[in-house]
Design a protein around this ligand. Structure first.
Ligand SMILES: C[S@@+](CC[C@H](N)C(=O)[O-])C[C@H]1O[C@@H](n2cnc3c(N)ncnc32)[C@H](O)[C@@H]1O
Length: 370
């Protein structure tokens, strides 16, 4: 192996050796070369710490966690170092340099009960079973979902990141169809349709094995999607979750002239409200640099958890009606005074989810300028 310059970074309470990288400060990273450390994913990793603390607290048996695509191993190291309870962690990467770094990082943090593994993730998942499987690839997680669904224990969790946002948001519709078997929708609502295409794909993969899928938390940011889904064994549960899997007609949900159906995608809830609340309360028991941002994010997830699918934005509505964008709180007040529910959404700062019809919302917007 070539000699490489090494740095130490710290996330939470965990130290980690990383290879020095001239351009490693931002972005999704490179598929080639040395194991990649991406500091802009700290919030993503912080959330996985509290989700797993919640999961381990709930489980009545020792839990097996897998960081399946680990690179430096930072996520799995943090599981071992920052979570309390009865569990073990496997940290896996097929890259030889990553494997070397993972072992160095285990020594650095003096961690026991951690297994370092150097396999193709799909092979490892065919050999062993886990309660929690984390899939954090460059690009699409699609090639790993079938193996993860087969490997995960009943009531376990699959967490995956997708930086395949351009595909899921509909910039490359043919690639989306090829990878996820679904038609995306490139529009103001593309982050939600993209996230739902990914969830729909996982639901479909699970149902092949008579398993169901329920999102605990699922969200989108500028450069990635992230989902935590619970997998449950049983034909009845699989049938129930497949009831949330279908194509949708754009006209049913959006002010749109698009004729072609979107999906199939997940039409069900994006988060489990009770679980999000429980996870949020654990934040203050941990030392996390992104605690405040996570608190805000989890509050919005809680708010939007039971809202109908899809959202509108005040700017989109106003520009369609050729009027100035009204204040969010005015629109909220008016919809509420008419008896509709309306909540914010994490997908857009000017977005809102409501059970009011397009016609009713249009009326409220028009009243606003009178
Ligand atoms: C985006 S990086 C992981 C980042 C890491 N989870 C973190 O939080 O910093 C993806 C890693 O997956 C590894 N990888 C890609 N395909 C793999 C496969 N089939 N099996 C095992 N590892 C794989 C790559 O070597 C790379 O280190």
């Amino acid at each position: 192996m070539k000699k490489q310059e090494i740095d130490i970074v710290k996330e939470g309470t965990t130290k980690c050796f990383v290879f020095k990288n001239k351009d490693s400060s931002k972005g999704p990273g490179s598929k080639e070369g040395k194991p990649f450390y991406n500091p802009s994913m700290e919030l993503n990793r912080d959330l996985s710490i509290v989700v797993n603390q919640w999961f381990i607290n709930k489980c009545k048996k020792p839990v097996r966690l897998l960081d399946g695509l680990a690179a430096t191993g930072i996520r799995g190291l943090r599981f071992a170092n920052e979570i309390n309870g009865e569990f073990d962690v496997t940290i896996n990467d097929w890259n030889e340099q990553a494997f070397f770094l993972i072992k160095k990082n285990l020594e650095l943090n003096k961690l026991e009960k951690v297994i370092a593994s150097n396999k193709n993730l799909n092979v490892l998942l065919s050999e062993k079973k886990y309660d929690y499987i984390d899939i954090d690839p460059f690009g699409s997680p699609a090639p790993f979902i079938d193996s993860a669904v087969r490997s995960v224990y009943n009531n376990g969790i699959i967490a995956c990141t997708s930086t395949d946002t351009a595909t899921l948001c509909g910039i490359y519709p043919n690639v989306c169809f090829r990878r996820y078997g679904a038609r995306p929708f490139h529009s103001f609502v593309m982050h939600e349709t993209g996230l739902r295409v990914l969830l729909g794909f996982i639901c479909r993969e699970a149902s092949k094995h008579d398993k169901s899928m329920e999102p605990i938390i699922s969200y989108s940011t500028d450069h990635y999607f992230r989902v935590y889904v619970r997998i449950r064994n049983g034909k009845r549960y699989a049938n129930e979750s497949m009831e949330n899997f279908s194509v949708i007609s754009p006209k049913e949900f959006f002010p749109s002239n698009k004729e072609q159906d979107i999906g199939p995608l997940w039409r069900g809830k994006l988060h489990n409200k009770t679980t999000v609340k429980e996870i949020r309360t654990l934040l203050f028991k941990k030392k996390l640099n992104t605690k405040n941002s996570l608190w805000k994010l989890l509050s919005i997830f809680e708010e939007e958890a039971n809202a109908p699918p899809f959202f509108y934005t005040t700017d989109n509505f106003a520009s369609r009606l050729k009027m100035a964008t009204p204040k969010m709180n005015k629109i909220f007040e008016k919809l509420k005074s008419k008896g509709y529910s309306v909540v914010r959404t994490h997908f857009s700062p000017t977005g809102f989810k409501t059970n009011a019809s397009l016609g009713e919302i249009t009326k409220v917007f028009k009243e606003d300028v009178v």
